[in-house]
Design a protein around this ligand. Structure first.
Ligand code: URA
Length: 289
């Protein structure tokens, strides 16, 4: 608990000297719904990979009564060769009542095993699918794995990841109660930007992940996440800080943590963006200390 508080204060100090008033009270709101979502059809492939555990929503502010169970962490991807994965294809929108047939995260993960849909497959050590609570109410979407993520098969575990973890905790969440993923699941060599064909190949999986998690809010970290999800080429400097809608889900574009490491003065703006997200969850916005 003291460690949590220390981390909160650390990020706020970095974010511009703001002090977060910790709100221990969980706000029990109704979870929003009734939004038609497009489906993704799996060309049936059931492998021996373990089934995704039915995981609870994080016990944070929400709009519907939730089971108060601890959040579950997804199992790590196994970096072993498997039979070629079937393709994924988009389907027309369906109604909320048909939501039961959307692929789960584990099904999607299995679809990506040994993925060779783009040239990034040749240099990767691991596919970096996503991590966190499969029923998270808050999802963070980054750009693509770096060297450390590629090694570990887990998103946001390098320097930018450490900053993201501080940001998440400063917002009053634990890292394992949110869900974290990237636009591309394999490391672009030399940490270059993902190329359009790579984004195009991976994007259906990102969209399907978001459909599987069905969060209450999405934070798009940096231009690739924001522009890909919104299909909007506006620079991130103009997108950030404005609520947008992604398939009926609130989406907040903000700066990528790697950019914030290079431009620490911009942390104040990112913190303002994150405070808007906190409000949705009934978390208290920071106050000047
Ligand atoms: N940057 C990203 O966009 N994603 C990661 O997983 C790590 C760094």
């Amino acid at each position: 608990m003291l460690e949590d508080l220390r981390r909160h204060l650390l990020w706020q100090e970095e974010a511009g000297g703001r002090v977060l008033r910790l709100d221990a009270r969980r706000v029990a709101e109704q979870r929003g719904g009734g939004i038609p979502r497009p489906a993704v059809m799996l060309r049936a492939q059931q492998t021996q990979a373990p089934q995704e555990q039915p995981a609870p929503r994080a016990p944070v502010a929400r709009m519907a009564p939730q089971r108060e169970l601890p959040p579950a962490r997804e199992s790590r991807p196994a970096p072993v060769a498997r039979p070629a994965a079937p393709e994924i294809r988009a389907e027309p929108p369906r109604s909320e009542g048909e939501a039961g047939d959307r692929p789960t995260l584990d099904e999607l993960r299995r679809e990506l095993v040994d993925c060779q849909r783009c040239k990034l497959c040749s240099g990767r050590k691991n596919i970096v699918f996503g991590v966190g609570n499969p029923r998270a109410e808050l999802v963070f979407v980054g750009e693509g794995p770096g060297a450390e993520e590629d090694l570990q098969g887990v998103p946001f575990v390098g320097a930018a990841g450490q900053l993201l973890t501080k940001m998440i905790e400063a917002m009053g969440f634990h890292r394992d109660e949110v869900y974290i993923c990237n636009v591309v699941k394999c490391r672009p060599p030399g940490n270059r930007n993902p190329e359009p064909d790579e984004v195009k190949a991976c994007e259906p999986f990102l969209r399907a992940q978001l459909r599987a998690v069905e969060p209450k809010a999405i934070v798009a970290l940096g231009k690739f996440a924001a522009q890909t999800l919104l299909r909007d080429g506006t620079p991130i400097t103009r997108l950030r800080g404005q609520w947008r809608e992604y398939e009926g889900i609130r989406l907040m574009p903000t700066f990528h943590p790697a950019y914030l490491l290079r431009q620490p003065a911009e942390k104040r703006k990112a913190w303002e963006d994150l405070q808007q997200v906190m409000k949705v969850f009934g978390k208290q916005p920071g106050k000047r200390g």
